[in-house]
Design a protein around this ligand. Structure first.
Ligand code: IPM
Ligand code: MG
Length: 368
C-alpha cells in the first residue's frame, strides 16, 4: 500500500516558519513511528499571487483535490491590501474551502493545563476547558449572492447576502451531533433567529435533525451575541457549539483567547468522504499570517503542530499518535518552554519558533 499523501501549503507571513516545524514533526513520525507520508509542497495566498498572478493556481487546486489531506499555514499580508478583491490572498483559502466542499470546520478550544494561568480570564473559568466549535465553512455571508459594491444614485452601496439552504444546515448539524456523541453529548446551536430569517431556518433545521436522528444528544439554542457573552462568562457550560460561517469566525477567535493565545489553536476543515473513505480535509492553524512578527522567530508553531495532530486523528485514524503529539506539546509548555505570545513574566527569555519545534521533538522522543 502506498503512503498517505499530504499537500503542504505554507502560505505567507509566519506560515512558512511554523510549517517548517511541522515538517520536523512529520519526519519524526516517519522515522520513529513508521508513519510515512508522501509530502508535496506548493504556494497559496500572496506568494502564489507573486508567482502566478493568482492566489491559488489551478494546478494547486487540482493537487489539493487528489491528496489525502492538505496542511495550510496562513495567507495574507499588508503588501497585498491594495490588490483587487478577486486576487487577494484570502481568496485562495476560500477557493480551497469551497471547491473541496469543506463544510465542517472543527475548532477545538482546549486549555492546556500549563496555560491556565495565562488566559486573560480567571483560572477557574478556563482550567480544564475543552470545547469544540463547529463552524459552517462553505456558505453563508462569505459566499452568498448577490454581493458587491454598487452605485445607487450618487452613493455606493456594499452588499453581501446571508444565505443557507436546508441541506447545508442539515449536514453541518449532523457533524456537530456526531462529534457530541464522541464527547460530552451536548450541542449548543448559535444564530440570530431574533433578527434573521436564515437564523430561523437554521434553528428549525438543527432541531429537526436532532429530533429525527439524534434525540439522545442534549440540544440547546442560543442567540450568537448571548453565546459570545456566555463564552466569556462560563465557557465550561459548552461541549460542542455549531454555528454559521461568520458567527463561527468571530466566536472561534473569542474562544481561542480563552485558552491563552491564538497561537495555540488548530483547526480541521472536513468535507464528504472520498473514495478511500477518508474525508476531504484541510488542516490549518486558526491564527493568521501575523506579518508584524514574520521572520523574527517569534511565531508560536503549536497551533500548526496541533493541526497536524488533528490530521492524524481525523484523516489517518491515528488518534493514539494524535494524543502523543498533543501530550508532547502540553509537556513542553509544562516545562516552561514558551514562545513570546505565552510569556508574561518580566525578564523571561522566550523560545524561538524552531526552539519550540525542537522541544516538541524532544518530548516526542521522551514519549517512546
Ligand atoms: C479564519 C480566517 C479567514 C476567515 C480569513 C483569513 C479569510 O479569519 O480562518 O478564521 O475569515 O475565515
Ligand atoms: Mg477568523
Amino acid at each position: 500500500m502506498s503512503n498517505p499523501s499530504l499537500l503542504i501549503l505554507p502560505g505567507d507571513g509566519i506560515g512558512p516558519e511554523v510549517m517548517a516545524e511541522v515538517r520536523k514533526i512529520i519526519d519524526w513520525f516517519g522515522a520513529k513511528r513508521g508513519l510515512t507520508f508522501d509530502v508535496s509542497e506548493d504556494l497559496v495566498g500572496g506568494c502564489a499571487y507573486d508567482k502566478h498572478g493568482t492566489p491559488l493556481h489551478d494546478d494547486t487546486m487540482a493537487k489539493a483535490q487528489e491528496v489525502d489531506a492538505v496542511l495550510l499555514g496562513a495567507v495574507g499580508g499588508p503588501q497585498y491590501d491594495k490588490l483587487d478583491f478577486s486576487v487577494k490572498p484570502e481568496r485562495g483559502l476560500l477557493r480551497l474551502r469551497k471547491e473541496m466542499d469543506l463544510y465542517a470546520n472543527l475548532r477545538p478550544a482546549q486549555c492546556f493545563d500549563a496555560l491556565a494561568d495565562f488566559s486573560s480570564l480567571k483560572k477557574d473559568v478556563v482550567a480544564g476547558l475543552d470545547i469544540m466549535i463547529i463552524r459552517e465553512l462553505t456558505s453563508g455571508v462569505y459566499f452568498g449572492e448577490p454581493r458587491g459594491i454598487i452605485k445607487e444614485g450618487n452613493e455606493r452601496v456594499g452588499i453581501n447576502t446571508q444565505r443557507y439552504t436546508e441541506s447545508e444546515i442539515a449536514r453541518v448539524a449532523r457533524s456537530a451531533f456526531e462529534m457530541a456523541r464522541k464527547r460530552g453529548n451536548k450541542v449548543c446551536s448559535m444564530e440570530k433567529a431574533n433578527v434573521m430569517e436564515s437564523g430561523i431556518l437554521w434553528r428549525d433545521v438543527v432541531q429537526e435533525i436532532h429530533d429525527a436522528e439524534y434525540p439522545d444528544v442534549e440540544l440547546s439554542h442560543m442567540y450568537a451575541d448571548a453565546g459570545a457573552m456566555q463564552l466569556t462568562r462560563w465557557p465550561k457550560q459548552f461541549d460542542v457549539i455549531v454555528t454559521d460561517n461568520l458567527f463561527g469566525d468571530l466566536l472561534s477567535d473569542l474562544a481561542a483567547m480563552l485558552t491563552g493565545s491564538l497561537g495555540m489553536l488548530p483547526s480541521a476543515s472536513l468535507g464528504a468522504p472520498m473514495a478511500n473513505g477518508r474525508p476531504k480535509a484541510l488542516y490549518e492553524p486558526v491564527h493568521g499570517s501575523a506579518p508584524d512578527i514574520a521572520g523574527t522567530g517569534k511565531a508560536n508553531p503549536c497551533a500548526c503542530i496541533l493541526s497536524f495532530a488533528m490530521a492524524l486523528r481525523y484523516s489517518f485514524d491515528r488518534g493514539d499518535e494524535a494524543d502523543r503529539l498533543e501530550k508532547a506539546v502540553n509537556d513542553v509548555l509544562g516545562q516552561g518552554i514558551r514562545t513570546a505570545d505565552l510569556l508574561n513574566v518580566e525578564g523571561a527569555t522566550p523560545a524561538t519558533t524552531s526552539e519550540m519545534g525542537d522541544a516538541v521533538i524532544a518530548a516526542l522522543d521522551a514519549s517512546l
